[in-house]
Design a protein around this ligand. Sequence first.
Ligand code: AMP
Length: 614
Amino acid sequence: MASCEGGAPAIGIDLGTTYSCVAVWKNNRIEIIPNDQGNRTTPSCVAFTDSQRLVGDGAKNQIARNPANTIFNAKRLIGRRFSDVMVQEDVKLMPFRAIEGPGDMPKVVVTHKGHERQFSTEEISSMVLAKMKEIAEAYIGCTVKNAVITVPAYFNDCQRQATKDAATIAGLNVVRMINEPTAAAIAYGVDNRFGGKKNVLIFDLGGGTFDVSLLTIDGVGKFEVKAVAGDTHLGGENFDNRMVNYCVDDFKKKWNKDLSGNQRALGRLKVACEKAKRILSYDTQVSVELDVLLDGIDFSLKITRAKFEELNKSFFEECIKQLETCLVDANMYKGDVDEVILVGGSTRIQKVQSMLQEFFDGKELRKSINPDEAVAYGAAVMASNLCCQLTTKMIKDLMLLDVTPLSLGRGVRGERMSVVIRRNTPIPTKKTKNYYITEDNKTYSNIKVYQGERTRSTDNFLLGSFTISGIPPAPKGSYLSVVEHCFEIDADGILTVTAKIVSTGKTKSLTVTNLSGRLSKHEIEKMVKDAEKFKLEDQKFKRKAEACNSLEDYIYDLKNKIKRKYMAPQDLKNVQNAIDDTEEWLSSGKVAAVDEIERRKEMLEFISRLAFSN
Ligand code: AMP
């Protein structure tokens, strides 16, 4: 492949769960690049056969014949642990084999050219990305290196890093990873030139996932994600499956035969139902027809749009429920939303559009950009912007503000969570906080980095830990023992925690990338909900931890004071006994109520006051 004169353009890639799309800035506009089949989106699908490896349409077209060796939905597994509950649920539904690889990473097992082979999810995604790179190169006519890749707003560090790794394997240099809703908003922001500040709702219903996000966009191109909600298992495939089940029931009624055990028949039915669903977006009825579906029987069934809507009613209702959650989380009423942007192929469904329009009291929905192309479109705008290929003032000024979905901090004395970066802080961001050593002469600090909203650190998600040693021996609280903690999240959402002993300058860092622990969107939602649910309990825990810390601090000060100040031997003995008693009680694990801790402290204060006044 030749190299481009004046440098190859940077491309934007929407790496989707079911379909991917690539776009580029060319001829003074964004162009969605068609693949070798002339399709503007490419199935995120990789197949292995006896003679070759297929990616995209070729892979999808042979899925019914070769389900065990056709890998799709890799995005559901990437950057997650195999033991993750969600992965386990997904794996059960996948027609191919997924196993636990080293380090609890999922691997898929296929037969390729007669041999069993294992691939990581990064490798599978890299094959899809390489295909998108190839599609772009064929269109542009030279080698492409730089790309902006989009990821769901709720992807955690590990999922982002794994996606980046997949791109590297594919020979791409990721100039920026941006959130999908942000990319869609950029696409419309550029197209429609919003004036002034706008609240924009991105309703993204794709093939396997549903994401609803609220962003604010100001007139100069600043994007801020206010809230995200959705369902990682809601999308076009659910609608297809309901149709498939309807057909299976019909077949059973008519022929008293069960299709559901026959993978090949089911696969053919699924493909036919997906096609039929698309037709129902512009026609009011469709016929699902398949020759020789099972035991020589031909299948034919008429499905109306009304029937399709009835079959999927619960899914559509769930979409509205998630939409309401997003508004509540963003602290907004539906009347505050200025623009509603449709993203994802499934937003072409008439019912989805009418329901949404009704919810927003008749508001016009933004759908001028193809819903399955808007994310790649925005990514290409960003790519051109970052690689300085655009001159438009508006695009040049483009700034992005995404947010951290959960608070980040470290565990401190009494198992408390000390937050450094608050939930919903726009990223990239960098925050520092100083911590003192809480024991005399302690020369190291074990830093446990947590993510979550709970007051007790151990109720949160442990991202990783590291120890910084070499702290000069000093009394607790001394400036010599100050360790500055810097939490930095880069534009790709990757966290680096750096600890620095201020008095010596020594530093140690932790980068949260390939950690053993990962959080799914579902888990994030659960953690935020739990924080709400356990608010009272957390408040109690906090008060108790603070009371304990205050009592410990008092004892510490008192011990120092009795060393420095003279008192009569009997008084000294009384104070020492009281200290010993309290310390023993504190370490006995019998500490129960806050009142009791406070009473112990008052008692100690009383005894010491008495001793010092004598
Ligand atoms: P995406 O992941 O955004 O590419 O969306 C893919 C999903 O959109 C698939 O489930 C498709 O079946 C669905 N889809 C695409 N076009 C239509 C349409 N015209 N009507 C209904 N669903 C569609």
